[in-house]
Design a protein. Sequence first.
Length: 349
Amino acid sequence: MTYLVTGAAGFIGSFTAVSLLKAGHTVIGLDSVNDYYRTDLKEARLTMVARAAEEDVPRNSDGNWRFYRGNLEDAALIDRVFAENRFDRVIHLAAQAGVRYSITNPRAYATSNLDGFLNILEACRAHSIAHLAFASSSSVYGMNRKVPFSESDPVDHPMSLYAATKRANELMAHTYSHLYGLPATGLRFFTVYGPMGRPDMAYFKFADAIMRGEKIDVYNKGDLLRDFTYVDDIVKAVIMITDRPAQGDSSFDPERPTLDRSSAPYRIYNIGNQHPERLEYFISTLERLLGRQAVKNYLPMQAGDVYMTAADTSSLERDFGWKPSTPLEDGLRKFTDWYKETQPWQRSL
C-alpha cells in the first residue's frame, strides 16, 4: 500500500516510515524540518529512512520513498501532495510539539496544529482516504486525577495550549467522520522515548546535562509519575491501528454518549506502557546506564505540567490483542547505547 506519513523527519514519524518500508510498502513523507530542535538530528532520521528505502524495497521506477519539505499550514502544498499521489492510508504525526513551549509560543500551535490539521482533513475528504490515523496526546487528560486514564474519561480541562490543540484535533476529526464518513482514529501517546528521540524531552535533556556535569532541573522535587512508552511499541501500535479503519459503533447511544466511540467511523486509543514510573527512579536508571551521577536542581511543579500519566490500554488489548510492554530499563539501555555512541553532548545543541 501507499502511506502518507506527516512528520516523517520526527521521532515517531521516521521510525514509522522505516517500519512500513521494511514491510514492502510505499511511503510518502512530509515534514517542515523546522528548528524547534536540532535539525541535524532530523536530517539524520531522514537519512535512516532513505537507507531503509534502498535496502528493503520492491523495486519500481519511481522508488518507494519520496519526501516533501514544507509546512502543514501551506494549503497549496498539501493539495499538491495529495494530487500527485494516491494514498491508501494517511498517518498524521506532524505537529508543533512541547507542553512548555506552548506557554511561551502559543501562535505556533494555532498555525501548525489547528490550521495544518484542517488542511489534512480537507485533503483526506477530497481524496476519499480510506483511513486517517492522527497523533493526539496523553496531555488531553489535563486536570484529571482518576488513573489510569481511559478513553471514556472527560477531557474538558486541558492544562496547556498544546493539550488544547490536541483535543481540538480529536473534535475536528470526529466532525469530518460524521459529516463526510471519513474513517479517523486518534492516537493518544504516552511519553515516548528511545534512540534518536526528541532533544526537548526530559530524558534527552537529562542525558546531555549528566554527561556535561551540568545541573538537571527536576520538577516537583522528583515526585512525578510518567507512563514511559518505548518507540518500537508506539510504531507497532500506529501501524496496526492504521491498517484497521475505524468503523461506526452501532450500539452508540446519543442519549448516553461516550467519548471514545461514535456512530461515525471514529475511534480513540491510548498507547502507553500502563506502568507509570517515578521520575526519581527514571533518573537513577539513566545515571547507572550512562555511568555518571546527575547534579539535581529540585524545583516546584512546572506550569502546564501534570503530576501523573497512566494509560488504560484495555481498548487496545480488546480490539487488537496486544499492548506495549517494553520495560523501562530495556528501552533506556537502547537509548543510552545509541547516545554514548553518537556522543551528542560534544556537539553544539
